[in-house]
Design a protein around this ligand. Structure first.
Ligand code: AMP
Ligand code: MG
Ligand code: MG
Length: 312
């Protein structure tokens, strides 16, 4: 019997909500930019910023999801005071295109309390403040038993340079056993090594690892979400970031979408990250992500880099 939308299993309803909530957050990110008042504050790290958009988007995402799913665990990037959330930040919609998909058997009986949601309300904040708008994404990842199983990426400024007539912004989503949607899957031509890496958080480990891949080209852009989009759209063959700095909210949604199309995201040693509610937030051993040929890139990482980056 085909499941009616109202009867969809909890993980599909959560993912459908995450899609609508990510669109709302994307609209907030655009609105704050247009207001011209970014409200930038520096967090504890170097080149680690927070804007009003990061704060409002996280409030919207967390309040909306916990209203509809009170028993899930939600972990957001920003440290915010517990306070009442304005009604206009709450999104209750659920994207029908997800509700209509059959849920893989292995996830059909999951309970709300078994799900962990990792939220990066604005990935690529540094680039957002510098006007590199297409680097910006909103990331919502869903984990079960420590594994990233589904994710949503909203890109609020997609098409912003294309001009009149083009729709501004888009949403990509994916789930293990279902596939990934909202974009056209493409691969870099066979044998071409195009590395995408950080533009604002580089260091010697990062550049040593990139050079060891003997790349034909290196693309330096902001955002973990943005770099995963480059992989699945055939712009880059590997995302290489041989440094601590990325956190679980950067990689949960992105890993799920990449894995849904047969790609792989690991630390620089080739080991998987876990997304249980109690894990360390920092991805200390870096990020290596590919659509194909993961083993080749992993085998190229210099010993000196591996020694500097311990797996958890
Ligand atoms: P990037 O590729 O530099 O845009 O980084 C991808 C994600 O990891 C972004 O959310 C960054 O904020 C975060 N990140 C990477 N390196 C650092 C760092 N050294 N300090 C703070 N955040 C970082
Ligand atoms: Mg981020
Ligand atoms: Mg962020």
């Amino acid at each position: 019997m085909a499941a009616m939308a109202g009867n969809a299993v909890v993980v599909m309803r959560l993912l459908a909500s995450a899609y609508s909530v990510a669109e709302k957050a994307g609209a907030i990110v655009r609105k704050v930019l247009h207001s011209g008042e970014l409200g930038i504050v520096e967090k504890t790290g170097v080149d680690d910023l927070q804007t009003l958009a990061d704060r409002l988007a996280q409030k919207s995402i967390c309040a909306s999801l916990s209203k509809s799913f009170p028993k899930i665990t939600i972990i957001g990037e920003e440290d915010l005071p517990a306070e009442a959330v304005e009604a206009d930040l709450i999104e209750t919609g659920q994207y029908d295109g997800i509700l209509q998909k059959p849920c893989p058997d292995e996830y059909s009986k999951l309970k709300e309390e078994e799900l962990v949601v990792w939220v990066d309300p604005l990935d690529g904040t540094k680039e957002y403040t510098e006007g590199l708008l297409d680097h910006v994404t909103v990331l919502i990842g869903i984990a079960y038993k420590g594994k990233a199983i589904a994710g949503v990426i909203n890109q609020p400024f997609y098409n912003y340079q294309t001009g009149a007539g083009a729709t501004l912004g888009r949403t990509l989503w994916g789930m293990l056993g279902v596939g990934a949607f909202g974009f056209q899957l493409q691969e870099v031509p066979e044998g071409k090594r195009i590395i995408t890496t950080t533009r604002s958080h580089s260091n010697k480990l990062v550049t040593d690892a990139v050079q060891a891949m003997d790349p034909h080209d290196v693309i330096k852009v902001g955002g973990a979400g943005n770099k995963i989009i480059q992989l699945v759209e055939g712009k880059a063959s590997a995302y290489v970031f041989a440094s601590p700095g990325c956190k679980k909210w950067d990689t949960c949604a992105t890993e799920a979408i990449l894995h849904a199309v047969g790609g792989k995201l690991t630390d620089m040693h080739g080991n998987a990250y876990r997304y249980d509610a109690d894990v360390k937030h920092m991805n200390s051993a870096g990020v290596l992500a590919t659509l194909r040929d993961h083993q080749f890139y992993a085998s190229r990482v210099p010993q000196s880099v591996l020694k500097a980056l311990k797996s958890d």
